[in-house]
Structure formats: C-alpha cells, structure tokens
Design a protein around this ligand. Structure first.
Ligand SMILES: Cc1ncc(C[n+]2csc(CCOP(=O)(O)OP(=O)(O)O)c2C)c(N)n1
Ligand SMILES: [Mg+2]
Length: 566
C-alpha cells in the first residue's frame, strides 16, 4: 500500500481503495480522461485486461461480477466510451449483478459548456444504474468508493457509475483509507421461517422456483438438501439453470423461452410456489401469463434480497426479504411434514424434464446444434463454464446443456446479444484452469466479436461455437409469425468465421456435418489457442420444434395460435 502522507494523488487513493476492497481484476479501454487512474494501477496487484470496445470491457466485468458476487470493475473514457459501456450496465441491472463502472470526466472548470465528450452521467445513467455519481472532492474518495461497493452488492445487486473529473484525479491529498467492505447479508426472520413451514405443511402440490443472484455453492447445496428432505420439485428461472443440478431427482426443469409445456402446467397447477431469489419477470413468467397479477391464485412465497421488488408485481402471501444465501442456510432448520403428499409426483416432474432434454429433436440440414450440445455433456468437465448471448441458437444451449454445478452458466437474463464472447473471456481471465465454451449466433457473435483479439492478446483459450444460419434468426422467426413471407432486415452475409479466428491468431475450424464437430472440438482444445468453430446451420433449422417454412405456412394458414399482432 502507498503511504498515506499527503503525497498520494486522488487517482492513487482511488486505486488503493479498490485494492483494499479486494479488487483483483479490471477491464478497460483507455482514454486520456483517466490516465492518472491508469498510472495508479502501475505496480498494483490488479490484473488489467485492455479491450477493443467498451461494451466488451463492461460485459467482461459484469461476467466476473456474476461469477464472484463481488463488483466487476470497468474503466472507460468519457462520452463515447461511456455510451459504449451502457450495454454492460443494462445487463448488470437486469441480471442483478454487482458492477462498478468508472468513467473519465472532463475537468471540473469546464463543466456545463458541453466540453469535448462531456456528459452528465447522473442524468444519462441515473435510471440504469443503482447509483450514478461524480466525485468532485478527492477527500471523499474513500467514503464514496466504499459506498459504491455496498450499493453494488447489497439488497438487489446492480451497477454503480462513478465519474472522475480529470483534474480531480491529479490533486494530492492526505486522507485515510476506508476499511475493507464486508458484503451485507439479508437474513430471514424466525417468524418468516415458521410461517413458511406452516404453508408447506398445508400444501398439496408445492413447487420451488430458483432465480436471481446472490447465490453460492453452499446455498445451492442447502437448497438441494431442502428439496431432498421435503421431496420438492425444483425448477430454475430463465438462464439460471446452474442453480440446481439437472440430474438431481428433484429437478423439474428450466422456465425459459419455449419451456417444457409439462413444467408450465405443473407450475400453474401448483398450490404453493416458493420463489427464491428471482423476480419472475417477463421471460420466465411467459409474458406475465404464468401467475395472476397482482394476486396469484397459488399461495406465493417470494424470497428476494431487495425489498422494493416484494409486492411490486406479485402480491405474495408470504414475502421474505432475504438473500438466497441466507435463506438457503435458514432452510436447514425447517422440518418436513410426516406425510409428504406430493412426494409421488416429484419423480414424474424429473422424468418430464429428462424426456424433454434427453435427446435432441431431428432438424433440417446436416448440422444439428442439439446433437452438439448433448454430445458436449460427455466431453466437458463438470466445472466447465458455458456462456451464450441471445438468439434462437441459445434455445438449444439452454434446453440440452447440463449445468451440473453452481457457476457453470453465464448468460444474459437481459437478452443482450454479444454477451457470450466477452463473458467467456472475463471468466477465463478469472479462472484460467477452467474450460470455458461460448455459444454465439452469427448476428450475436459480431456484436462483440472484436474481443476475440483480447482472448488472443492474453492467451485465453476459450472455445467459441458460432451457429451461423445467415440471419438474425429470432427476428426472422417473429417476422414469419406476424408478417409471413415478408422478410425485411433479417438476412446476413457472413464472413468465414474460421478464417477470422486464424487472422486474429487463434484456431479456426468450419463444421458442415454434425459428425465433424468432435474432431474440430478436440483440435481446438489441443491447439491451446482461443478458437472459433464455425457451424454451418441450415436456415430452415430455426427452432427445435418447427422449421422456418413450417412457421411461415402456419402463419399463412391463419392458424389461430399465431397472433398477427406485432
Ligand atoms: C443488443 C441486442 N440487439 C438486438 C436484439 C434483438 N435480437 C434478439 S435475437 C436477435 C437475432 C439473433 O441473431 P443470431 O445471433 O444470428 O441468432 P439466431 O437467432 O439466428 O440463432 C436480435 C436481433 C437483442 N436481443 N440484443
Ligand atoms: Mg443467426
């Protein structure tokens, strides 16, 4: 640590605070507005990853926040840098991930003139971030940085934005460091737990839904023990499948986009729903059709770390303001009833899940993404991390992957395209010993595909599987449903992604038949380089259940199931 003798610059005080609060990584794109802060990282024990675009940097930081539960750290320059980073901020907000974005700012004396790249970050990010501020007085750096760590991690976690005026960073000050922050746990009360026990004892068909953030390996294990003792069926929310071992006999499946209809029926037919950590937002609630709003017919027990979410959409019979970590620990104290009336149904829920995910559906074309995801179950170590962005390709990834352990899934709840590649890089930087695979669509990949250069720069052998169907497939699907045969702005002419990988200094392979994938995957692993495997997907293979033409024909026939309203 540098001496606190009045010789430190504000920038040095700032970076010292980060070190005190446990920061080990930061992601950035440099800018002249904050070179004093960059300089203060010199000789500090913080691993710096310099990125090619700020959305990549912000997503890498967000992915580390998701993986560790501690704030991911990102530094960007003013105006355009901050605007580019907004994607990562939005993800952190919707995904409830702790993230601190530092933005270089113009000098204080130029403010309000619309100086070069000037933005008012409180105004611009005020509704995305949990807190957006600017530090004018260097003496308050320890206080405000400490607050940023508490704000990003407590209650419902989220992003914090801190603007740093350029001239402020170079002032010299004598100020004491803050003590290291301690994440604040939010515990359920004894009354909450005894009311919960009574509700479960009176239940006939209870289900448990897991979602949100503020989980841990220990919390997932505690929930698994609770599920076993009570023989409860457990489902996971959209892109939170890693919260429960899919091969556990209590696992009932994943409530995402296009979920198992049997799981939906099971949740609708439940009499008690124990929702732990999730918000049951638009995606898992199937556009808010799963439960009645505001008063569900089922007895809802909603456990959530941020009090503002309780009663916001759903009026719960029992609302418990607690973090999943603390609540899961408290579950150990509950006693199951003697008569587990629902126990006979739980194996059926698991059997429904297995039947839905065991074998991939047949698809048009020579490359079946479902077969590839199923085959990878055997090839990947149990702690391999599977990342993805947004697009129809992710339906196969979510349906057929087996996320066997907590922390093996990194995917955007916010539905942000371009997430998978930087998330994989952020994760591999954090845990170089783990296998990290990212699935991307052709559209999805090129939103942040420039970060492949970052993977090469830091020797991060992530494996990126690009499912290339020559279009923004999800949007084409909606187009065919609502405006059949009228294709506008959804076709893509793509590069040779394998050649792209090689041009960057990575490993590249093209796969035109499913059977060729395995050799390419092995060669990618053996190469020890960041790799791209380019899958040539038939555009007809638009969903696991229906081809592009079938979707169009159904809409043209005016099938009542297909709404014409946009
Ligand atoms: C940043 C961002 N921009 C736009 C969208 C809207 N969107 C959702 S899916 C999608 C198409 C995805 O295309 P691709 O990655 O090729 O996957 P595919 O659906 O073809 O499998 C688009 C444009 C989005 N979710 N995120
Ligand atoms: Mg596509």
């Amino acid at each position: 640590m540098r001496a606190n003798d009045g010789t430190r610059t504000a920038a040095e005080v700032l970076i010292d605070q980060l070190v005190i609060h446990g920061v080990r990584h930061m992601f950035c794109v440099p800018g002249e507005s904050y070179i004093a802060a960059l300089d203060a990282f010199h000789d500090r024990d913080v691993t710096i990853t310099v990125c090619r675009q700020e959305s990549g940097a912000a997503i890498m930081a967000e992915a580390q926040g998701k993986a560790t539960g501690r704030p991911g750290i990102c530094f960007v320059t003013r105006g355009p840098g901050a605007a580019n980073a907004a994607a990562g901020l939005h993800i952190a907000r919707q995904d409830s991930t702790p993230l601190i974005l530092f933005v270089g700012q113009i000098s204080r004396e130029m403010r309000e003139r619309e100086a070069f790249q000037e933005l008012d970050y409180r105004a611009v990010f005020g509704t995305i971030a949990k807190w957006a501020t600017e530090i004018d007085d260097p003496a308050r750096i320890p206080e405000l940085i400490s607050r940023a760590f508490y704000t990003a991690t407590s209650g419902r976690p989220g992003p914090v934005v801190i603007a740093l005026p350029e001239d402020m960073l170079v002032e010299r000050i004598a100020v004491p460091d803050a003590p290291a922050f301690e994440p604040v746990e939010t515990w359920p009360g004894a009354t909450d737990m005894s009311r919960l026990q009574k509700l479960i004892w009176a239940a006939e068909r209870p289900v448990v839904l897991l979602g949100g953030s503020r989980w841990s390996e220990a919390a997932c294990a505690a929930v698994a023990r609770f599920a076993e003792r009570f023989a409860l069926p457990v489902a996971t929310s959209f892109r939170r499948a890693h919260l429960f071992d899919p091969m556990h006999p209590c696992y009932a499946g994943d409530l995402g986009i296009g979920p198992n209809p049997r799981l939906l029926a099971r949740v609708k037919g439940a009499d008690v729903i124990l929702l732990i950590g999730g918000r049951l937002g638009e995606m898992p609630s199937q556009s808010y059709t799963l439960l009645d709003i505001p008063g569900p017919r089922q007895t809802l027990v909603h456990v959530f770390p941020g009090v503002e979410e309780l009663g916001r959409v759903y009026r719960a019979q029992l609302a418990i303001n607690a973090a999943p970590t603390a609540f899961a620990a408290a579950l150990e104290g509950l006693q199951p009833p003697n008569d587990l009336r629902w126990a006979g149904e739980t194996p059926n829920a698991h059997a429904d899940f297995l039947a839905w995910t065991d074998k991939p559906t047949a698809l048009p074309g020579a490359v079946n993404l479902g077969e590839i995801v199923v085959g990878l179950r055997e090839k990947l170590p149990a702690d391999a991390v599977i990342c993805n962005g947004a697009g129809n390709f992710s339906i196969w990834v979510h349906r057929y992957s087996r996320y066997r352990r907590y922390g093996t899934q990194l995917a955007p709840i916010s539905g942000s395209m371009g997430y998978g590649v930087p998330a994989a890089i952020g994760m591999k930087r954090l845990a170089p010993e783990r296998t990290v695979v990212a699935f991307a669509g052709d559209g999805d990949f090129l939103m942040t595909g420039q970060e492949f250069a970052t993977a090469v720069q830091y020797d991060l052998p992530v494996i990126i599987v690009v499912a290339d169907n020559g279009m923004y497939g999800t949007i084409r699907m909606h187009q065919e449903r609502h405006y059949p045969g009228r294709v506008v702005a959804t076709g893509l002419k793509n590069p040779d992604f394998a050649a792209y990988a090689r041009a960057f200094g990575g490993y590249g392979a093209t796969v035109e038949k499913t059977a060729d994938f395995w050799g390419a995957f092995e060669a990618a692993q053996k190469s020890g380089k960041p790799a791209i495997i380019h899958l040539k997907i038939d555009p007809e293979a638009l969903t696991p259940a229906m081809s592009l033409s079938a979707i169009r024909e159904k809409a043209q026939a005016g099938d009542s199931l297909v709404s014409r309203a946009p």
